[in-house]
Design a binder for this molecule. Sequence first.
Ligand code: ADP
Ligand code: MG
Length: 258
Amino acid sequence: MSRLQAEHLRLALAGKPILNGIDATFHSGEVVAILGANGAGKSTLLACLTGLRTPDEGAVSLDGAQLAQIPSRLRARRLGFIPQTPEIAWGLEVRALVGLGRTPWLGARGLGAQDEAAVERALSAADLHPLSARDVTTLSGGERARVLIARALAGEPDWLLADEPLAGLDPRHQLDAADLFRRMAHERGCGVIVTLHDLTLAARLADRILVLGSGRVLADGTPQAALTPEVLAMAYGVEAKIRDTPQGFSVEILGRWG
Ligand code: ADP
Ligand code: MG
């Protein structure tokens, strides 16, 4: 069992407080969705949880060790990250780009048989074999999003932190990716943390939901406990109705709140 913990995180950017004292503990084996309005600080929180940003106050620890004290190569092996606005500037083949996910494991000799096998598994998991020889710059946004998921999977991290990984995907690939994240957590024991905006998909994907607003945690609990009309009014300024469905429940936005 692995544990990633944020304690009393505070961070201001350009003089504006973004994280206002965030406490959150994540456990391996569970999928946590982080929700919140645009600008709520979701990406900033993920950046702190991966060590890409250092908070002004507070700290993040992985299994009791401060993130800042863990050597970067080891951190990169354990924490896989999928950024929100991926820049893929160079014309690489899909397979080669996915192979970059092995970087934290490589010795001087480049990709070995074990690395190649991990790349193959990642390509299969993200349904990318038909595209594996394509130049990534020629792919659609949703196809690229799947390549970035595969790149993170190729590194076989203990933790997968993904910033809006489902945003550009068509409905079928959204469900496939959601199932993949759930299998990573429930079958492989990974800790999975994703940010997203689709509330119904979040309820279906996540074991636990954390809702951010004004740099604070507005709700942290099961989808049923966290996604209430009151929380959604606070977080997004909308009036919402929660409906039970055979798959769990769905969230219908009725209009602006107030
Ligand atoms: P979210 O991912 O929830 O949409 P972000 O974490 O990206 O929100 O951003 C939170 C807030 O911080 C936003 O208001 C954004 O404009 C601001 N912000 C993010 N990065 C910077 C930066 N480098 N300098 C100044 N403000 C920033
Ligand atoms: Mg963001």
